[in-house]
Design a protein around this ligand. Sequence first.
Ligand code: KG4
Ligand code: ZN
Length: 334
Amino acid sequence: MNKTILAIETSCDDTSASIISNGNIKSNIISSQIDHKKLGGVVPEIASRSHQKNIIYIVDSALSEAGINKKELDAIAFTIGPGLLGSLLVGSTFAKSFGYSLGIPIIGVNHLKAHAFSHTINKKDIKYPFLSLLVSGGHTQIILVKSYNNMEVVGETRDDAVGEAFDKCAKIMGLDYPGGPLIDKYSKNGDPNLYSFPDTIVPELDFSFSGIKTSFLYFINDRIKENKNFISENINNISASIQKKLIDMLLDKLIIALDKYEVQDISICGGVAANSLLREEMINFSNKFEIKVNIPKMEYCTDNAAMIANYASYMYDEKKFSDYDIVPFSKNSL
Ligand code: KG4
Ligand code: ZN
């Protein structure tokens, strides 16, 4: 079926728009709201205002980069949740109005489901069931995906998300937000085995990252008492050690999940899937456990509208359109 969909993603701090035509991504424009860097985190009201400011320009760029006229669109997709309510309202209201004015269907897409399918962008060979490790600033979940619309969360964090743990540890070291990519960068020249951190015991496939963040804070404070330049003199080794700990905590649970569920494929997604150690370890995983590992391209890991467009195109094929009274939700649910 011939189809061209515009997708809009505004769940957190990035305004993004993408065009997908017959299953191929034609454009994926992202405007990161760099203001949050100075503020040390995402401030919901500032995020909403920036989406409001950016959205028309971002949509316009996505259309022109794809060489598509708005009259050629068959549907408008948008993130319906989970996310920051004010941010979601901007994207969904824009999508509804645009869809209404063009007289075409709208498709509300679950952000988590879209992440779980981000490795399928521009690909056709998907094997079900597969396990997806969704790791971002807001989520840490292991999802058993049985089909495009049948997914089950089989493990999740009981407190902080792993991306949040990266960002909080980075903040403790005085690094800018988001700190995950900076820890990754410094780790490249550090010894991951120099410092160790206590294990956090959590049953089954669940995770907990709040304890490790507190241990990290005590560790840094203790070392600073001995040497006030401890962080600046050891940033590479500290980063590499905390990164290894956080990634090991993810891998330990994935090993249990692989034992429990019969799957041939495993994938990673979300912002933390951009982490170089996690990507490297997943490749080792595929050899060790003789399993196919799917790793999304870097640009499809952090929040982006291409993943919304990709998932929307599955929904479009089954005519899963949304009613115009659909409203966004903030709760973390599939
Ligand atoms: O998926 P995402 O863009 O937004 C959410 O839905 O949260 O993920 C953002 C998170 C942030 O916590 C950021 O620090 C983390 O992903 N992140 C990384 C890396 N790149 C982004 N964490 C570790 N290593 C990276 N290379
Ligand atoms: Zn996300």
